[in-house]
Design a protein around this ligand. Sequence first.
Ligand code: NAI
Ligand code: 13P
Length: 361
Amino acid sequence: MSYTKGKQVCIVGSGNWGSVIAKIVGCNVQKLDKFDNRVTMYVYEEMINGKKLTEIINEQHENVKYLPGHKLPANVEAIADVVEAAKDADILIFVLPHQFIKGICSTLLGKIKPTAIALSLIKGFDRLEGGGIELISHIIHRHLKIPCHVLMGANLANEVANEQFCETTIGCRDRKIGAMLRDIIQTEYFRVVVVDDADTVEICGALKNIVACGAGFVDGLGLGDNTKAAVIRLGLMEMIKFVDVFYPGGKLSTFFESCGVADLITTCFGGRNRKCSEAFVKTGKSIKQLEDELLNGQKLQGPITAEEVHFMLKSKGMEDKFPIFTTVHKICTGELKPQDFVSCIREHPEHIYIPRHIAFT
Ligand SMILES: NC(=O)C1=CN([C@@H]2O[C@H](COP(=O)(O)OP(=O)(O)OC[C@H]3O[C@@H](n4cnc5c(N)ncnc54)[C@H](O)[C@@H]3O)[C@@H](O)[C@H]2O)C=CC1
Ligand SMILES: O=C(CO)COP(=O)(O)O
């Protein structure tokens, strides 16, 4: 294999989506002179039938646990030490379940190139002391002191792995960097739109996972597509309101990109959060138990995101302004019953008040 001296890319994460992105980036860098052919991929090490997952990936070029049946390009190198994987990278693509990001950032602090840039594909938030939440891209920026852009979209990993057409959204305020990131990511079947409203892009990606839990609850209750459409619409209204209230300056048009309404729809029909939430209603098992039983090591982001959002809404006395977000959290924790979700959408403030004019453009 020939190695050039272009920019080096490291994928920080190797789950279901991380492995698909490694496949895409590994193929793209081989076609573009400005990138180094070698792509490193940080793999949280585990044993599969007595063999290290990193060894399996490097020998068979397949992540047999998180993306079975799909070959990764041979220039993607699995590395169990995140510092070793990231130390020479110019572009760090973060794609881990969001609960692990802080630990990874503290391990990487001071160990990466100061000139590196980051792209976060992570959907979720983190709690801030004092009752707020923080965006994952802001955590990466604050901890590692490098700029962090985002990519979110209607991108169920297995469909992208099968090369079924879809779109995605990159949120990046720097035009040149946005174009470079698009070059690394875009393929014939995976089309990228770059927008500058990065925070809204990221917030859409995080919040739609909460709504998808609601969609799963109504599926579990045996309600139909009309009910699910109501959950999607009311969930979208809460997402828009959330940005308007807590991140003013966001653009309404961003909700019409792939990261907004499109991701909301696909996740409410085909995602893991929907699937486990349906099973939660039908089996009465806990969310944690269902995650372990149904996802083979993959992680749910919706219930923890609901908890993070609830933590903030409660501290601000605003739980009743976002009833879907609040009720999903209370159902996941057993405080309310799944049947209560129907009252939540029936009594939703969108039905009671004339919707106010949305002030952002
Ligand atoms: N899977 C999908 O269809 C999509 C996922 N995303 C987002 O991408 C992010 C990553 O998702 P996936 O790649 O699907 O991950 P996943 O859900 O497959 O999670 C499993 C990954 O977490 C790793 N892991 C487990 N314990 C860990 C620890 N203590 N420290 C570090 N890593 C650990 C596992 O080794 C594995 O790589 C999430 O925020 C998700 O919402 C975004 C778009 C699509
Ligand atoms: O984010 C996703 C699709 O864009 C995946 O959603 P789930 O985590 O619910 O599978």
